[in-house]
Design a protein around this ligand. Structure first.
Ligand SMILES: Cc1ncc(COP(=O)(O)O)c(C=O)c1O
Length: 369
């Protein structure tokens, strides 16, 4: 029987903040290899994590992170379970639980959680910046920032996913920078001479949820106190080649495919340009709306990943989100803690998605008048 003609899958534009849209070629490759991984007669999801096929996938994905971000040998790349949330606690447990001090910047909802866990782990938190008064709509000038004399590290959230607020440049501090890059990882180059630790939950720019990328300098690793239970000790992950226990094999396989896809697009140079272009059309739609849409974030620090905006009232916001979804523009409701609207436009969001949304925004504003 002749093969049925292949029809394009039904796909909408998914603006969810994470988990979020993944590159279609990646999903199609997963689909084609799902039941028989490259002639093995098994799914990768069924294989031992110590098998050659899985170890190859694992090591290749780790190497791709290194390649894409030019991670030097001075830093270890790890896949760790537990999401970025585990890192909020794991970092201070390894580095502060003898009562040491670290600087933290309070830039919004995610920074707040990192700060709470640093305190819970027994660390002394110095607030290097507190955005409470401006409701987390701006950031400090990086040049104004320094670390405290006895600080082990200076923590920041490079992109506040809920607030739509992004550091464009990072402070030059005496203490190494530790950064939660969950929502803008792989969208710009990183100067590794300044970063002691970078972590990023996968489910935005890296792949499906279930794994967190952690990149730690050997220098910082040497300062870890090693007093944790096995899994929470970074040194054990490094010793175990990032396979201390059974890793989320299938997620890491998908991560590897996303990283291959990103390399084909042109890596982080491409990602940075594409993000500026995607976010640009949305911010233009906001600023060109005569005040109908409003972005509360300081123009200097507006995120290229999460574009947040308000409409004149909450009823209109609800109608906007509903009508957009009916037109295949999904996931535009702002985070429940802040309301409003949010378009998350990570690396896998095509330019056409941003343009379709910008057009919808214009049409909606005209219709409402
Ligand atoms: C900036 C940031 N940090 C941390 C997290 C928490 O990540 P996870 O759910 O992987 O623990 C998120 C989740 O959206 C995030 O956006």
């Amino acid at each position: 029987m002749p093969a049925a003609p292949r029809t394009a899958p039904h796909r909408i534009h998914n603006f969810s903040a994470g988990p979020c849209t993944l590159p279609l070629p990646v999903l199609e490759q997963i689909q084609s290899e799902l039941t028989d991984y490259r002639g093995t007669g098994m799914s990768l999801a069924e294989m031992s994590h110590r098998s050659k096929a899985v170890v190859d996938v694992h090591e290749r994905a780790l190497q791709s992170v290194r390649d894409l971000l030019a991670v030097p040998d001075s830093h270890h790349v790890l896949f760790v379970g537990g999401g970025a949330t585990l890192q909020f606690g794991m970092i201070p447990q390894n580095l502060l639980n003898g009562g040491q001090t670290a600087d933290y910047t309070h830039s919004g909802a995610w920074a707040k959680k990192a700060i709470a866990d640093a305190k819970a782990a027994g660390g002394q938190v110095q607030l290097a910046y507190d955005g409470t008064d401006n409701n987390y709509t701006t950031l400090p000038d990086p040049a104004s920032q320094s670390s405290s004399p006895d600080s082990v590290y200076y923590h920041l959230t490079s992109n506040e996913t809920i607030g739509g607020l992004q550091w464009k440049d990072f402070p030059h501090t005496q203490a190494p920078l530790v950064a939660d890059m969950s929502s803008d990882f792989l969208t710009r180059a990183i100067d590794w001479s300044r970063f002691g630790l970078v972590y990023a939950g996968a489910q935005k720019n890296i792949g499906p949820a279930g794994v967190c990328v952690v990149i730690i300098s050997d220098e910082l690793l040497q300062q870890c106190n090693g007093k944790q239970v096995n899994y929470l000790n970074y040194a054990n992950h490094v010793k175990g080649g990032s396979m201390l226990n059974t890793p989320p094999v299938f997620q890491i396989y998908a991560v590897g495919l996303v990283l291959d896809w990103l390399k084909e697009q042109g890596g982080v140079v491409w990602a940075q340009e594409a993000a500026a272009k995607r976010s640009g059309v949305l911010y233009d739609a906001i600023s060109g709306s005569g005040g109908f849409y409003r972005c509360p974030v300081d123009e200097r620090y507006r995120s290229t990943m999460n574009v947040v905006f308000r409409l004149p009232d909450e009823d209109l916001e609800a109608a906007f989100v509903k009508e957009a979804a009916a037109q295949g523009l999904d996931g535009l409701k702002g985070h429940r803690s802040v309301g409003g609207c949010r378009a998350s436009i990570y690396n896998a969001m095509p330019q056409a998605g941003a343009e379709a949304l910008a057009n919808f925004m214009r049409d909606f504003a005209i219709k409402i008048g």
